[in-house]
Design a protein around this ligand. Structure first.
Ligand code: BGC
Length: 756
């Protein structure tokens, strides 16, 4: 690594400004005489979209493996496997001469309507953070960089370039930031990509608190911040906020604006130097790894198949699956022949090969004869003739395999979904086919939750196959024929209907603003709090075997927050085939100063078990597993008290509970202030000691001021009435009786509760 400070000293102002803006849509600006090479970035996140000509924004990219999209990856709940995927992506980057892949995408699934949810992992920040961390570690183990995106609160496509996402600090800190925080702290992505949208009034690209105070200062991010493509509005402001590299380039006007701003004294050159330092650090790091060679396309296709099969979620099975040998199988649905295996937009990969489900089924079906019917057209139109044909095919067979893919014009980057239903034709098709042939399996391809209430009772089995990448067809065949025992579980809730979903009343916003009115109650946190039933809960998925949980243990029943603890449980495969179970650990706080979700995922483990085998699963919990973000203290805090540790097979299927007692080691300052109410004073341990002796006197005098010496005055209980009034305001009603001004008196009280 060359001496970066020495290079910066030799750079002209123009060269510095140019380095902070791309030279092309996909490359940074080289400075040849100083030995600074260009760095080439390409889209991801689930494959490498390397354009042959880096001066173009969009064209067919070079062939690369299209791995399963993030929805499917997250449903594996298998960090090691996602890391393997990352390694494979890294290898492909090397072969395709890519220095940094633009992924993973790590935004929360705030609503299933977001058109880009297929690219995002989960509705839960812990799970998402784990997935992103593993993917980044995998890619970067190959000497290739990543770009953790889109930071932050980029949770919809509607007006994504400009929408102002208004959310409170706890929602931000507890839901929308932790997945980024975990990935930054545990994997140090080389770059973080800032989102297009505004956050609480400022473009993310100009958000100093987000880019500098939180990301760089608080979390210790060492890499560079890159803009999403076209997210910069004011280059000088964005540099001041901490946005190091603007993409795409070239943009002569931006370079000039930066140079002028330094000359005019508007931009401190030290700010520019800091961005230059960060960019050079990554550019030289990228340059250390030689590029070229080939990747093993066959091995990566096999890996893509393995991951796809592990991420598919068996939602329903009346015993029809795995399929037994049969004579005649009706394969219905256009996506059996023309698979929809990836989403549209910047992540669109030119695959090295594509498994066609029909062909893959044929390979595993032995002697069985497979018939085929389209079932539905390529668009969303209604064509009864196709349904009639499908019904006839289903009747003539012993089993119907019904492939249903949500059309690309409904779900993609760039636009959100209008509803959660399949198309009218698809719903009618499922109903008609499953009525004619009860032995029907529905195989779904979609990037996010859909509703099924209308038809779920019809088919014998339903497999959620997501947008599973180029090898998805083979993976589906593996599961249907029992070559792979399904072990995926949902990383997002499937609700009964759209109106049940948490962001329903606050999506997609209007007049340029979207208010996150549901706060941190997204996904299962919301359904739990509302006690609302859902079709399939977070963490749910069936297997061809069964698992028993027993012997739960905690490493300590009483523990200090800083020490954390660990939870263990024995899991036994009680069925007849080998299988994998995902054990989930949720934490429930008995009592807290501020509102908390009923429970939150804080750990999980995936365990592989032979029939009859038992393994002990141990899951560690640290300080953060018990903490919540306190906006008053501006930090994560813990409180003394009891917590339930819920060990479950899904968010609604708890198998064991352990109760533990936390001792907080925090010594927090009192938050009492001149506006604090009696209730707040009494809730504060130090405040209570100070106010208790005075409270009776104050209330009696207040009663007198109102012409009564009873506790009930004007039909109300004096004590109850006063509880939510500021002590200061009450004292003002009786100031003539006080030896000092009410302000002085409250100041004196506050002095007694402040720390020495
Ligand atoms: C997307 C990014 C992508 C970039 C470059 C943007 O529109 O939001 O995810 O990396 O384009 O293609």
């Amino acid at each position: 690594m060359p001496e970066i400070q020495a290079i910066i000293q030799k750079m002209t102002l123009e060269e510095k400004a140019a380095l902070c803006t791309g030279a092309s849509p996909w490359t940074t600006t080289p400075i040849e005489h100083l030995g600074v090479p260009e760095m080439l970035v390409s889209d991801g996140p689930h494959g490498v979209r390397r354009l042959p000509d880096v001066t173009t924004m969009a064209a067919q990219s070079l062939p690369a493996t299209c791995f399963p999209t993030a929805s499917c990856q997250a449903a594996t709940w298998n960090g090691a496997l996602v890391r393997e995927l990352g390694q494979a992506l890294g290898e492909e980057c090397l072969a395709l001469k890519v220095d940094v892949i633009l992924g993973p995408s790590n935004n929360m699934k705030r609503t299933p309507l977001c058109g880009r949810n297929f690219e995002y992992y989960a509705e839960d920040p812990y799970l998402s953070g784990q997935m992103a961390t593993n993917l980044i570690n995998g890619v970067q183990s190959q000497g290739v960089g990543t770009s953790l995106k889109h930071y932050a609160a980029n949770n919809q496509e509607y007006q994504r370039f400009s929408i102002n996402a208004m959310l409170d600090e706890r929602a931000l800190r507890e839901i929308y930031l932790p997945s980024f925080e975990a990935a930054v702290k545990n994997a140090q992505p080389w770059t973080v990509m800032c989102a297009y949208n505004k956050l609480n009034g400022s473009y993310c690209s100009e958000h100093h608190k987000l880019l500098t105070e939180i990301l760089k200062d608080e979390w210790g991010f060492e890499g560079l911040v890159v803009s999403d493509w076209g997210a910069v509005h004011n280059r000088v402001k964005s540099l001041q906020a901490g946005l190091d590299l603007e993409m795409p380039g070239p943009k002569g006007t931006r370079v000039k604006a930066v140079v002028d701003a330094v000359h005019d004294g508007e931009l401190d050159e030290a700010v520019l130097n800091e961005s230059v330092r960060r960019i050079l650090g990554i550019v030289f790091k990228a340059n250390e790894t030689p590029k070229g060679g080939e990747f093993d396309a066959a091995a990566h296709h096999a890996l893509a198949r393995k991951i796809a099969a592990e991420g598919m979620v068996l939602l329903k099975n009346d015993g029809l699956l795995p399929l037994q040998p049969s004579q005649h199988v009706a394969v219905i649905g256009r996506s059996a022949r023309e698979p929809r295996f990836q989403g549209g937009g910047s992540s669109f990969i030119n695959p090295t090969q594509v498994d066609v489900p029909f062909n893959e089924l044929q390979k595993l079906a032995g002697q069985a004869e497979l018939s085929y019917a389209d079932g539905y057209p390529a668009d969303s139109s209604l064509q009864q003739g196709l349904i009639d044909e499908a019904v006839a095919a289903a009747r003539a067979a012993e089993v119907a395999l019904l492939f249903i893919a949500l059309p690309a014009d409904i779900e993609s980057e760039g636009y959100d979904r209008a509803g959660l239903n399949l198309t009218g034709q698809q719903v009618a098709l499922i109903k008609a086919v499953s009525a004619a042939q009860p032995r029907t399996v529905v195989i779904l391809n979609n990037g996010s939750a859909i509703t099924m209430q209308e038809w779920i009772d019809g088919p014998a089995a339903v497999l959620e196959a997501w947008l599973p990448g180029q090898a998805g067809g083979g993976a589906i065949a593996d599961i249907l024929f029992g070559r792979v025992n399904p072990s995926g579980k949902l990383a997002e809730t499937f609700p009964y209907k759209l109106s049940d979903t948490p962001a329903r009343l606050n999506f997609p916003g209007e007049s340029g603003v979207v208010r996150y009115g549901e706060g941190f109650f997204i996904g299962y946190r919301y359904y739990d709090a509302k006690e609302m039933p859902v079709l399939f809960p977070f963490g749910y998925g069936l297997s061809y075997t069964t698992f028993m949980y027993s012997n739960p243990k905690v490493s300590a029943e009483t523990f200090k927050d800083v020490d954390g603890l660990s939870v263990s449980v024995d899991v036994t495969n009680t069925g007849k085939v080998a299988g994998k179970e995902i054990v989930q650990l949720y934490v429930h706080d008995h009592e807290s100063g501020l509102v908390r979700p009923p429970k939150e995922l804080k750990g999980f483990a995936k365990v592989d078990l032979q029939p009859g085998e038992t393994k002990t699963v141990t899951i560690p919990l640290d300080f953060r597993a018990f903490a919540y973000y306190h906006p008053g203290h501006s930090q994560w805090i813990t409180e003394d008290g009891q917590f339930d540790l819920l060990i479950g097979a899904s968010a609604t299927d708890m198998r064991c509970t352990q109760t533990v007692t936390l001792q907080s080691t925090l010594d927090l300052p009192s938050l009492l202030n001149p506006e604090s109410t009696f209730r707040e004073w009494l809730a504060d341990p130090r405040g209570k000691v100070v106010l208790d002796p005075l409270i009776k006197q104050i209330i009696t005098q207040m009663g007198k001021a109102m012409g009564s010496d009873q506790s009930v005055v004007a039909g109300m209980d004096m004590f109850g009435f006063l509880m939510d009034m500021p002590v200061l305001s009450v004292l003002h009603f009786q100031d003539s009786l006080l030896p000092v001004t009410p302000e002085k008196m409250v100041d004196d009280l506050l002095a007694q509760v402040s720390r020495p």
